[in-house]
Design a binder for this molecule. Structure first.
Ligand SMILES: [Mg+2]
Ligand SMILES: [Zn+2]
Length: 206
């Protein structure tokens, strides 16, 4: 099998958008598990609908250390996820899966962002193509998790990152003010990549 066949073949998984939850998909209310307090961030419905239409799976990846330090039970997050799905329903955008790290920082797991464990698990369980996937988050720990998983990354510059400890792994590919602009840029980048892969395939056949 040639390289071109490999990249175009049906064996390849789907691209995904990995979404941080608090401060990215929804407004940040620290340690909240009350569905009544969940509100989508600006433009989230429209942005996710656009990305889903383009063929991206939508996967939430979220640190929830409130479980590990006993603030709430893991099951309490089910109601939050259900509310998010309700709020997105009018936009015909649906979240394919929610992945949570329940651990505190001191626990030392491999799933708490900036580690990549949540993304790697989601990719294995949902057959996702990490190299065609993006992570969108509001802090550099999100960006680092995305880069560690081999994804491209978009940082929402909404003021939630305050430390700015930069390194190559913590440098976003894209910085945007809101989700709709992230969606526009990601769709444009995806189409550009697809057309260049098409050109490479033609070249390989020649
Ligand atoms: Mg966040
Ligand atoms: Zn963890």
């Amino acid at each position: 099998m040639t390289r071109a066949d490999d990249t175009r073949g049906a064996r390849r998984g789907a691209p995904a958008i990995f979404l941080d939850k608090d401060g990215t998909l929804i407004e940040d209310v620290p340690y909240n598990v009350d569905p009544g307090l969940v509100t989508l961030s600006f433009g989230a419905g429209r942005a996710l609908a656009q990305l889903a239409l383009e063929g991206f799976r939508l996967v939430v990846v979220s640190n929830q250390s409130g479980i590990g330090d006993g603030r709430f039970e893991a099951a309490a997050l089910d109601a939050v996820g259900h509310r998010i799905r309700e709020l997105l329903a009018p936009w015909h955008a649906s979240i394919d899966a929610f992945y949570y790290c329940p651990h505190t920082r001191s626990f030392g797991c491999d799933c708490r962002k900036p580690a990549a464990g949540l993304l790697l698990r989601a990719a294995a369980e949902h057959r996702l193509d990490l190299h065609r996937s993006w992570l969108i988050g509001d802090i550099l720990d999100d960006v680092e998790a995305g880069r560690r998983a081999g994804c491209r990354t978009a940082l929402l510059a909404n003021g939630n990152e305050t430390q700015w400890e930069l390194s190559p792994l913590r440098t976003p590919h894209l910085v945007v003010r809101a989700l709709p602009l992230a969606a526009n840029c990601i769709v444009a980048a995806q189409r550009a990549r697809a057309s260049s892969e098409e050109a490479c395939h033609v070249h390989a056949l020649g």
